[in-house]
Design a protein around this ligand. Structure first.
Ligand SMILES: O=C(O)CCC(=O)C(=O)O
Ligand SMILES: [Fe+2]
Length: 322
C-alpha cells in the first residue's frame, strides 16, 4: 500500500488556457477523468512562477520554530474557518499548521505575521498574498472545467460569489524512529477543494475510487489538487473526494502550502437539479456548509469514514425518507 506503489495521480497542464479553445477542451476532458476517478491530480500552471511558492517554503522554518505560545496567538487573531494554529495530535502525530484565514486581504496576512514576528516579514506577506491570488485563479479554472463537464456552468457565478479562500502552511516532522510513520491520518477534506504545493518531500498518498492507494508525487511545477466533500456533495457524487493521508519517511522535514476553498457562512450545499434524476438519486440532503464544518471538528476525528454521513437521506438505507 502507499509508499511502495509506483502509480501516480494524473498530471494535467492548465497553463495559459483560454476557454472555448481546442486546448481548453482537451485539458478539460483529462481533468474531468481525473476528478471522477481519483478526485486528485497534479496541475501544471505556469502562470505561477516556481520561485513564488518556494520563497514562502524557505521561510517556514522560522515560523514553525517559534515558541508554541507565540504560534497559539493565531487562535486569537483568526476570525474565520481554516485559520488558527493546529499542533501535533493523534490525528496528525508529525503535523503542525498555521492558518491564514483571509489571505486575499493583504492587511490580514500582515496582521498575523506581525503578531508572530514583531520585526515583520514584508516580503513573505507579499508573497503569500500574491500566491493566494494566483492559486485562486487556478481554482476558478478547475471549477469552471468541472461545471462545463457536467453541463452546469450556469452556476459558475454563484460559486464565485459563494466561496472564500484560506491558506494553511503545514509542517511534517521527520519520524524520530527512522521508520515510516503517519504524518497526517487518513481523511477526506471537507472543503470545495484543496490545492497544495510542497517542498519536494513526498508523502501524500491518495485512495482512488476503486480502492487503490496511489502516491501523489509532485514535481517542481506541480500543484496537487484534492477534491473536498463539499464539491462531491454539490456534484451529487460525480466529483470524487478521495481519502488521503501523509506518510513520512527519510530525514527531511516536509513543508506544504495549502489553498483551501470553502463555502461562506450561511451557504447551503445543494446539488443542482440537473444532476439529480432517477439514475442519480440525491446522495446528500442540502446542508449548511459552516454547520457541517463545526460538526466535523477535524482534530477530534479518528474514524475512517465520510463526514457527510449525517446528510445521507434515509431513503438510501430504508427506501423512504423520514
Ligand atoms: O500536506 C499535504 O500534502 C496534505 C495536507 C492535507 O491533506 C490537508 O491539509 O488536508
Ligand atoms: Fe487533506
Amino acid at each position: 500500500m502507499g509508499s511502495d506503489n509506483p502509480l501516480n495521480v494524473p498530471e494535467i497542464d492548465l497553463s495559459y488556457l483560454k476557454p472555448a479553445t481546442p486546448e481548453w477542451d482537451s485539458a478539460r476532458s483529462q481533468l474531468w477523468k481525473a476528478v471522477e476517478e481519483y478526485g486528485c491530480f497534479r496541475a501544471v500552471f505556469k502562470e505561477i512562477p516556481q520561485e513564488l511558492p518556494n520563497a514562502i517554503l524557505s521561510e517556514l522554518k522560522v515560523l514553525f520554530d517559534l515558541p508554541l505560545e507565540t504560534k497559539m496567538l493565531n487562535n486569537e487573531i483568526s476570525e474565520l474557518a481554516y485559520g488558527g494554529y493546529i499542533g501535533k495530535s493523534p490525528f496528525g502525530p508529525l503535523y503542525e499548521s498555521i492558518g491564514f484565514d483571509d489571505p486575499l486581504r493583504f492587511e490580514k496576512v500582515e496582521k498575523l505575521i506581525n503578531a508572530l514576528l514583531p520585526s515583520g516579514r514584508p516580503v513573505f506577506c507579499k508573497n503569500l498574498h500574491e500566491l493566494t491570488k494566483l492559486m485562486s485563479e487556478l481554482e476558478k479554472i478547475i471549477v469552471r472545467m468541472i461545471m462545463e463537464s457536467l453541463g452546469v456552468e450556469k452556476h459558475l457565478e454563484e460559486h464565485l460569489n459563494s466561496v472564500f479562500y484560506a491558506v494553511r502552511v503545514q509542517k511534517y516532522e521527520v519520524p524520530e524512529t527512522g521508520e515510516t510513520e503517519v504524518g497526517l491520518n487518513i481523511h477526506k477534506d471537507q472543503d470545495v477543494m484543496t490545492i497544495l504545493y510542497q517542498n519536494q518531500v513526498e508523502g501524500l498518498e491518495v485512495e482512488t475510487r476503486d480502492g487503490k492507494w496511489v502516491n501523489a508525487k509532485p514535481t517542481l511545477d506541480n500543484f496537487t489538487v484534492v477534491i473536498g466533500e463539499s464539491l462531491h456533495a454539490w456534484t451529487n457524487g460525480r466529483a470524487y473526494s478521495p481519502y488521503h493521508r501523509v506518510t513520512m519517511k527519510g530525514n527531511t522535514v516536509r513543508y506544504s502550502i495549502g489553498l483551501f476553498t470553502a463555502f461562506k457562512e450561511g451557504y447551503i450545499v445543494k446539488a443542482p437539479e440537473k444532476l439529480v434524476d432517477e439514475e442519480h438519486p440525491l446522495l446528500y440532503k442540502p446542508f449548511d456548509h459552516f454547520e457541517y464544518l463545526k460538526l466535523v471538528q477535524r482534530d477530534a476525528k479518528e474514524n475512517y469514514e465520510t463526514t457527510l454521513k449525517p446528510y445521507v437521506p434515509l431513503t438510501a438505507y430504508f427506501g423512504v425518507d423520514v
